[in-house]
Design a protein around this ligand. Structure first.
Ligand code: HEM
Length: 412
């Protein structure tokens, strides 16, 4: 992605792209297609693949690593939170985000989820659509509409989900540029650890001041709802609220930017499907699900086996790390015909982009609503939308997180 100003020596967006592995892997799907027929779950010899000698004599303490590739294996692991723990996230992610819902096992997870999901009710979603998502998407489109051209990632899909979260939290408008910068630095922690940790502390202090205000005089926003949430006499502590708010940036902003960009990419590179969707908006829900199946924004998540077990017929020993490859599962040829193809006319069927089981995405309705609104407004307001033939053809990149770095388009 090009920096907005050549003179700007430090561009957090560049760090962000590098941390997402952009430029490293164009397309891992052919590798997954080679792996699936071998076995549904395959052990990776980490030491051997690092080229270390004597890997076969490694002490038992080295954790074994398995990757689940088939749809059935991935679904089985995700469904069973008792055999497959999420606690492994604490080591790295806990440092950056605090103790979040992602790293909790039962029964702690169930209680906490019951508290935070009060902020994501269907009624709230309807209000957010009208008061936050629609006006924010329109503001971004207003800025490009007279130009007849745009770079849809930098000018729309990347900024809008962070702006939505800022609006839901009730953050002052003037704070948006700083908030966005911290958000990008936080999610680029894999690339620049120190800057990520600094952003995490800065966000905590920033949220603390606003939470104190909302506790004193509650407003009609997500921060106030979390402050007031109660279940069986239990409430969220301030630290739990800060951890959740930090998680919202990578969980709620980065994924939605990627899913809406990937869907747009699928449509722009298949103009017949773009025309079909424009002509018949009842196709929208299945187009959104097909985009998520075909190019999920997040390909892999991780679990740890709590006992010796068998996954889709393959033995996995206690203490092993299990890499859950949702991208591969979503392309499993046993589940979908022409599984590598993007086809919005496909009959909708359960995919695993939002995971499955106890940790299945909490923001699923918000994510679908945001994607629907952004697509609808693009189709309503940008007639004759097409890729800019004079620009370099975009491609979806990345190994764990995937999206196009740019979507240069013409319209009108
Ligand atoms: C298309 C967009 C999205 C995708 C593909 C996605 C995907 C996922 C996945 C795969 C997980 C499971 C992670 C794991 O267990 O390791 C997850 C969990 C989660 N997601 Fe999303 N997500 C999206 C959007 C959102 C949004 C908009 C929010 C904002 C509220 C959100 C909030 C969460 C939260 C809080 C969790 C943790 C749930 C738990 O641990 O019980 N996500 N998401």
């Amino acid at each position: 992605m090009t920096a907005p100003e050549a003179s700007d020596a430090y561009d957090p967006f560049e760090d962000f792209n590098r941390s997402a592995g952009v430029g490293l892997v164009d397309d891992p799907y052919p590798l997954f297609a080679l792996a699936r027929p071998q076995a549904p779950v395959i052990e990776d010899n980490v030491l051997e693949s690092m080229g270390l000698e004597g890997a076969e004599d490694a002490p038992e303490i080295v954790q074994r690593v398995f990757t689940a590739y088939s749809f059935d294996a991935v679904q089985q692991v995700l469904r069973d939170g008792e055999t497959f723990s999420s606690a492994g996230y604490a080591a790295v992610m806990g440092e950056v985000m605090g103790h979040t819902i992602l790293e909790m096992d039962e029964p702690e997870h169930h209680t906490y989820r019951g508290l935070v999901q009060q902020a994501f009710s269907r009624k709230t979603m309807e209000r957010w659509e009208k008061e936050a998502v629609l006006p924010i998407v329109d503001e971004h489109l207003d800025a490009v509409i007279d130009r007849g051209s745009a770079e849809l990632v930098r000018e729309l899909t990347f900024p809008f989900p962070v702006n939505v979260i800022a609006r839901l939290l009730g953050l002052p408008r003037a704070d948006l540029p700083q908030f966005h910068r911290w958000a990008v630095e936080l999610i680029s922690v894999g690339f620049n650890w120190d800057r990520g940790i600094q952003a995490s502390h800065a966000l905590r202090d920033y949220f603390a001041a606003i939470l104190a205000e909302r506790r004193a005089s509650p407003a009609d926003d997500l921060m106030s709802t979390l402050a007031a949430a109660e279940l069986d006499g239990q409430r969220l502590t301030d630290e739990e609220i800060f951890a959740f708010l930090r998680l919202l940036l990578p969980a709620g902003a980065e994924t939605t930017y990627r899913s809406s960009s990937n869907l747009l990419f699928g449509l722009l590179t298949n103009p017949d499907q773009l025309d079909a969707l424009r002509a018949d908006r009842t196709l929208m829900p299945q187009a959104i699900e097909e985009g998520l199946r075909w190019e999920p924004p997040l390909l892999t998540i991780v679990r740890t086996a709590t006992c010796d077990t068998v996954v889709d017929g393959v033995e996995v020993s206690e203490g092993s790390i299990v890499i859950v490859n949702m991208g591969s599962a979503n392309h499993d040829e046993k589940h979908w015909d022409r599984s590598e193809e993007f086809d919005i006319h496909r009959k909708p069927k359960q995919h695993l982009a939002f995971a499955f089981g106890p940790h299945m995405c909490l923001g699923i309705h918000l994510a679908r609503m945001e994607t629907r609104v952004v697509l609808d407004r693009i189709l309503d307001r940008l007639p004759n939308l097409r890729l800019d033939p004079s620009a370099e053809p975009p491609k979806i990149e990345g190994m764990t997180f995937r999206a196009p770095a740019a979507l240069p388009v013409l319209f009108g």
